[in-house]
Design a protein. Structure first.
Length: 126
């Protein structure tokens, strides 16, 4: 298993049970995140996006274009700070400066709308 995936498991407090990893947060039902077989085959983006319930189109796009983004998280005193990908809550598009959070990406449910976002971001890259 990738070291970053181990760090993601710790960050999100996932629990291993019967060949799968589950989230079991207080005041919520236990739910399946990934099976061990998937975890062994996936990369950091695959696991991070699975936890945040992002579709495969987004996984594929960001796997191909991750070098155009800086992984970030928000610190209450320092604002957005660059972090390793496994610890990211946001992705800052380097060329535009726009910051995308995983909840925003999750809210895009129409494929054409996601393509439009990608096209808009790519327009800043030339």
């Amino acid at each position: 298993m990738d070291n970053d995936n181990i760090l993601i498991i710790k960050k999100y407090g996932l629990i291993y049970e019967n060949g799968a990893w589950y989230s079991n947060k207080e005041n919520s039902h236990k739910h399946l995140i990934v099976k061990e077989v998937f975890l062994q085959k996936t990369d950091t983006i695959g696991l991070l996006f699975r936890i945040n319930k992002l579709c495969m189109a987004k996984v594929k796009y960001f796997r191909t274009n991750i070098d155009k983004y800086e992984p970030c998280k928000y610190h209450y005193k320092n604002g957005f700070v660059v972090v390793p990908l496994w610890d990211a809550d946001f992705l800052k598009h380097r060329a535009s400066g726009f910051i995308l959070d995983f909840c925003f990406l999750k809210s895009i449910t129409v494929y054409e709308n996601f393509l439009a976002l990608c096209k808009e971001l790519e327009s800043y890259e030339s």
